[in-house]
Design a protein around this ligand. Structure first.
Ligand SMILES: O=C(O)C(=O)C[C@H](O)[C@@H](O)CO
Length: 253
């Protein structure tokens, strides 16, 4: 059996909006609950969540086929990409991409030789069902989805070149880090930040690649959707729990 079809990659290629949330609790119980909530994807955060390869594996196993699994490594390092893909995760969001060279390196990391540098270890990993699907490697490259995070002024300057890199399926604008890099730390709705974000979304959508962003503000999420964002993050497990718990404690006083 070849590598499984990637519903998220296909949906983004067809410009269909896919909504999801950040998962930072690193809890198998939390993802078990969220996998059935109705999101198109769950992002298991290895950059700001206390995740390791074993915790990512457990959460991916718990989610199963109920919704798409996206993993964000702590950084864009080739060794991390191969470990994530060998887990059977097909969607990777790489943070802090500032240059075309970084984009090219990540695109190569997602693919087997000769197109890329992914190591051939899936035959002993979950990705190829521990060797039971040797045909996996025949089409694995076609079923992985790479989304790069542009979240700095340097990244915005390199955006046209990044978008031209073969193997990059989408570009996600990181509002918090971009705001900080622009000198507006903590102010993701500063007019200058919003202008930069909207300009980037326009460039990404014009390139035919998927535009992504995360916002906890429902009105802003609708605005970004109307602008053509299709990889749309609308919250996080931590934020949902924090707000619900705080609200209940307040009402119970
Ligand atoms: O810069 C951003 O914003 C993001 O990349 C999203 C954050 O990292 C996410 O952790 C929510 O704060």
């Amino acid at each position: 059996m070849p590598a499984p079809k990637n519903p998220l990659k296909q949906a983004l290629a067809e410009c269909r909006v896919q909504t999801g949330i950040w998962v930072n609790l690193a809890s198998p119980i939390a993802v078990d609950l969220l996998a059935g909530a109705g999101f198109d994807w769950l992002l298991l955060d290895g950059e700001h969540g206390p995740n390791t390869i074993p915790t990512l594996l457990t959460q991916a196993q718990v989610i199963g086929q109920r919704c798409n699994v996206v993993v964000r490594p702590p950084a864009g390092e080739v060794r991390m990409i191969k470990q994530i893909l060998d887990l059977g995760v097909q969607n990777v969001l790489v943070p802090m991409v500032d240059s075309v060279e970084q984009a090219q390196a990540m695109a190569r990391a997602m693919r087997y030789p000769p197109a890329g540098v992914r190591g051939l270890g899936a035959s002993v990993a979950r990705a190829a069902d521990y060797g039971r699907t040797p045909e996996y490697m025949a089409n694995a490259d076609d079923e992985v989805c790479l989304i790069l995070q542009v979240e700095s002024r340097a990244g915005l300057a390199a955006l046209p070149g990044i978008l031209a890199v073969d193997g990059v399926d989408g570009v996600f604008i990181g509002p918090s880090d971009l705001a900080a890099d622009m000198g507006f730390r903590g102010d993701t709705t500063h007019p200058d930040v919003l202008k930069a974000i909207e300009g980037a979304i326009a460039q990404i959508t014009a390139s035919g690649k998927a535009a992504g962003i995360l916002t906890f503000d429902e009105a802003l999420a609708r605005r970004y959707r109307d602008m053509g964002v299709t990889f749309l993050g609308v919250g996080s497990d931590v934020n949902l729990l924090m707000r619900a718990a705080g609200g209940l404690a307040e009402r119970a006083r």
